[in-house]
Ligand binder design. Structure first.
Ligand code: ADP
Ligand code: MG
Length: 364
């Protein structure tokens, strides 16, 4: 029998990194979440060749303190969480200190960063594949951080080829994800640019650092979209399963708010495949397939031929869900999802029944 032995550290790092950063969406997601966690009010995303050559995110957030340079890209080094117990009260996107370490393993990665007291100087940090700091260099820069990912998956040939083959579709998915972050992030200016061939830095879309999500939606999808939307503002109440019952919680019911915007029942998107549907848990964009299904089912009972625009943020206690389900953190486990969905369906049907049934003038 072959000897059982440990896989060498570098290979382990490669394997794990490929699970954290699974595709182009993961790259954009991790960099944007870091910028939001750093308190940025302005975020510029730049692609070269739809992301194949470069994904770069520049923010005006806190910058990285020089005493942290050595640790930025080391696996499980984070400034956001120190014990497992903190996870229940998490209010940052990041918490595992894995993204930058993984990007070092999978691409040519560097950052340029400056804290307020350092400008106009900034530091460029280059890392080894392992995440070890290779060199620092003083460059000119503004307050904040620019993270650059060049040649993603260059060391995973199969995945790189797949990405090249499907780049149009993958880039489309990234834009949908960026729309979601731009719409939910009130007070943050987003700008997304792409350079393909000689057409340099074409603005793909941008928002103006608006106060409301409605204004963000108007910036991203066009002001016309708004006239076909109604406000989503639901208070859901449902019986928790016994395992989740907490002592001393008043009447013991779970309460969740759902806030956002949805197509009027009479006037949806008229698209075959619903692609303007965004779901959030406490402003964290995430895939909620069961919830999406419930929304679409109820909508279908009012409008058979169209699918709705959906922008829905579920506000709930941080101990009512678990974000630590999959390495790429896109799955969220909701406790008592069944009861939540039943309550959601009832409330949605009531909302649609009471809604204005007139087709907006601009859409006639
Ligand atoms: P996590 O976000 O889980 O902490 P990351 O690997 O994404 O892990 O980032 C590691 C650390 O690097 C963060 O905890 C943070 O301190 C720092 N960092 C990363 N990106 C930025 C940024 N854009 N601005 C400021 N600090 C950053
Ligand atoms: Mg992070």
């Amino acid at each position: 029998m072959a000897t059982i032995q440990a896989i060498e550290a570098r290979s382990v790092h490669q394997i794990q990194s490929g699970q954290v950063i699974v595709d182009l969406c993961s790259v954009a997601k991790e960099l944007i979440e870091n910028s939001l966690d750093a308190g940025a009010t302005s975020i510029e995303v730049r692609f070269k060749n739809n992301g194949l050559d470069l994904v770069e995110v520049q923010d005006n957030g806190s910058g990285i303190a020089s005493e942290n340079y050595e640790n930025v890209a080391l696996k499980h080094y984070t400034s956001k969480l120190s014990t497992y117990d903190d996870l229940a009260s998490l209010n940052t996107f990041g918490f595992r200190g894995e993204a930058i370490s993984s990007l070092c393993a999978l691409s040519d990665f560097h950052v340029i960063t400056a804290q307020a007291n350092q400008v106009p100087r900034a530091n460029r940090l280059d890392f080894e594949q392992s995440g070890k700091l290779r060199k620092t260099q003083i460059v000119a820069g503004q307050k904040g951080t620019t993270a650059s990912v060049e040649g993603i998956f260059k060391r995973l040939p199969v995945r790189r080829r797949e990405l090249e083959k499907n780049i149009k579709r993958e880039y489309g998915k990234v834009l949908n994800l960026l729309h979601a972050y731009a719409c939910i992030s009130t007070g943050v200016k987003f700008s997304v640019k792409n350079t393909v061939g000689k057409t340099r830095n074409v603005v793909v879309f941008s928002t103006n650092g608006n106060v409301t999500t409605r204004e963000n939606i108007a910036n991203v999808y066009g002001a016309k979209t708004l006239s076909a939307l109604i406000a989503l503002d639901l208070d859901l109440e449902y019986e928790p399963s016994t395992a989740m019952k907490r002592a001393g919680d008043g009447d013991g019911l779970n309460r969740i708010q759902v806030q956002g915007h949805i197509s009027k029942p009479v006037f949806g998107e008229g698209r075959q495949t619903p692609d303007r549907q965004m779901f959030f848990v406490n402003t964290r964009p995430c895939g909620l397939p069961q919830i999406a299904k419930a929304f679409n089912e109820v909508y279908k009972s009012f409008n058979v031929s169209q699918s709705p625009f959906i922008f829905a943020d579920f506000k709930m206690d941080t101990d009512a869900y678990d974000v630590n389900v999959s390495p790429d953190k896109r799955m969220i486990l909701l406790h008592d999802a069944g009861a939540l969905i039943e309550s959601l369906k009832t409330s949605l049907a009531q909302l649609f029944e009471a809604a204005d049934q007139t087709v907006p003038q601009s859409q006639v």
